[in-house]
Design a protein around this ligand. Structure first.
Ligand SMILES: Cc1cc2nc3c(=O)[nH]c(=O)nc-3n(C[C@H](O)[C@H](O)[C@H](O)COP(=O)(O)O)c2cc1C
Length: 333
């Protein structure tokens, strides 16, 4: 039975273990979204402890898709050389390294992007500062192309994979949720309509990076909100994304964000039941993040086949040696 330290091969890339550093923005970029030395130090420090897979934080695919002035960018070719240095430095730590691409949609602010943010509909996205405007069909095409171009840059920069951010109430999560997608055209309505843009992005990204490249999708598989995306719909969405060519599903929350509202802080792995439901429905590996701190817990949810990989976020922020300590705890010195 596979455990936390059992290798896993995905499209020819062998991860030495099932520990994932999930994407975590640290706002250390320049105002143009360029990489700084602090990024390299931050990621290398954690990868050196023996992490199987590193997912670099969310990078914006277009200037109007950013949500923070110091967010890392992937919206233009001039950003590639800096990111290549990061990819090389992290890979030298014997890990598989990829990068997340995102658009904030209605979570952007006009202060930051200089215009009203767009979303699926004219809505105030939960957690957003101002009301967004519904994107036009031309803008939908631009967004799709921008995701594909950013993925092409990720590959050109030497990352082993790219992850599309479709969780936490950002643009693709806004399109998937019935609370924020109230469109009456082919991009709204039932789950198939609300999935049209996310699937269009997956197809465009796949076209840009080719069949052999590893593609992850971070899916907010439930909004945990009345009237929002349900777990059942999340599982259907996961099936459709896997069929569209996603190689690994990274399961998290939708409009609720990275935590379940009113979550009991003493229980670990609050998204494990959600991810286990997805895993049972799809043929691709599944990773989950959410409140996991103990190696024994991480090992158990893999052994019990609830998930294939476990992401350790805040615990690895505060303890960069988490992976090495987990190895000692589970396998002995
Ligand atoms: C400081 C910080 C920044 C984050 N940035 C991102 C991000 O860029 N992209 C993303 O998908 N999730 C982001 N998250 C969510 C984490 O990837 C993860 O899902 C969440 O922290 C729950 O896992 P944990 O309890 O192990 O930390 C962030 C979380 C934190 C704490």
């Amino acid at each position: 039975m596979a455990g936390l330290f059992t290798p896993l091969t995905i499209k020819g890339h062998t991860l030495s273990n099932r520990i994932v550093l999930p994407p975590m923005a640290n706002n250390m970029a320049t105002e143009r979204g360029e990489l700084t030395e602090a990024h390299i130090e931050h990621y290398v420090r954690r990868a050196q402890a023996g992490v199987g897979m590193v997912i670099v934080e969310h990078t914006y695919i277009r200037p109007e898709g950013r949500v923070n002035a110091r967010q890392l960018g992937l919206y233009d070719d001039f950003l590639i050389p800096g990111l290549r240095r990061l990819a090389e430095a992290v890979r030298a730590c014997d890990t598989i390294v990829g990068i997340q691409i995102t658009h904030g949609g209605g979570k952007a602010t006009s202060d930051l992007i200089g215009k009203q943010p767009t979303s699926a509909s004219n809505v105030l996205v939960p957690g957003a500062a101002e009301t967004a405007r519904a994107a036009t069909e031309a803008e939908i095409a631009e967004i799709t192309e921008a995701f594909a171009a950013a993925a092409g840059r990720a590959k050109a920069a030497g990352f082993d994979f790219v992850e599309i951010h479709g969780a936490h109430g950002y643009l693709l999560s806004q399109w998937l949720s019935p609370l924020t997608n109230q469109r009456t055209d082919e991009y709204g309505g039932d789950l198939n309509g609300r999935l049209r843009l996310p699937l269009g992005v997956v197809h465009a990204v796949r076209e840009a990076v080719g069949e052999d490249y590893v593609l992850l999708y971070r899916l907010g598989a439930s909004d945990f909100m009345p009237g929002g995306l349900t777990q059942e719909e999340g599982e259907q969405a996961a099936i459709a994304l896997a069929e569209a060519g996603v190689d690994l599903l990274d399961i998290s929350g939708g409009l609720c964000g990275a935590e379940i509202p009113d979550w009991d802080e003493v229980s670990q792995g609050y998204f494990v039941p959600l991810a286990a439901g997805v895993r049972a429905a799809v043929d691709v590996p599944v990773v989950v993040a959410g409140g996991i701190t103990e190696p024994e817990f991480a090992d158990r949810v893999i052994r019990e086949q609830e998930v294939d990989l476990v992401a350790i976020g805040r615990a690895m922020l505060s303890d960069p040696d988490w992976a090495a300590e987990a190895r000692d705890a589970l396998l002995g010195r």
